[in-house]
Ligand binder design. Sequence first.
Ligand SMILES: O=C(O)CCC(=O)C(=O)O
Length: 291
Amino acid sequence: MQCSYLHVIRLCSTASRRYSTTTRPAQPADDFLWFPRFFDLVEQHALLSAALRKLDAAEPRVSRRRRRDFLASRRQDHQPKVIGDPVVENAFLPDDLYHFEEGHYDGVIRRFREMRISTWDDEKDPVLKSALSRLETLYPDASRTQTHLLHLASDGEIHPHVDNVGASGSWILGVSLGSERTLRMESVEDDVDGIPKHTFDVSLSSGSVYIQKNSVRYNYKHSIPYVSSTLGERVSHDQRVSIMIRVRIRLQFYVFNGIGDLRFPTLKDCLPPTVSQNEVPQVIHGYKNTQ
Ligand SMILES: O=C(O)CCC(=O)C(=O)O
């Protein structure tokens, strides 16, 4: 498949607070990659169904029963299951049939389900298998990774944060499936008015992939706002699932002190050498391990 790759769309200089496509912030261009149409519809369906199956299986029995009853009544109403549905969002059931959590334990995410996975149940599905292998070709390096699934409700949102620097390494890849949302990136560094010095927005349509690494991963907060228009009006969304792949922190971060004793790493040890202490992100967010 033809895979175009662009760095960013809509960059914003906070000097004017006006969005422009010409103002480039100091560093992110090489450290933010965006593949707007990486997966075709067939691959999106395979990835989304596999992700929903995983998330559904982890829910309380009562939620699973409600979904089964809903699907049975839909069959009785002779509503056909749509095969090869071109609308990926049709894979979702109504919001109230999922057990969305109201708030993340650190307050960053609202109205969501999430889980960490180590395997896919449908690994023999040839479409899923080839989609996952193609995705691997985008990984910035061959280090070990960890995978999270995150399902946002139609009214779900993610507040600005930098992913826990003690929990994963220098790059984060996100696959978007379902409703299109906006990813907002804003520099940790503020200008004199306390407003992020640099921001840019990226449109996350279904089948797109983005990667934030190095300077962007450590020096930019990311968010998925509920209000996504640049003019501030509310735009209605449907549900969205993201598959988040993170590189693991390497064990070399375990350090020895001067007399050779092993000690556990501190936050400072986990930062790459290029990130100085005054650039340590203010907002730290980590995942609850649900598996
Ligand atoms: O869903 C996304 O693309 C972003 C998820 C996110 O912010 C996170 O997992 O920390």
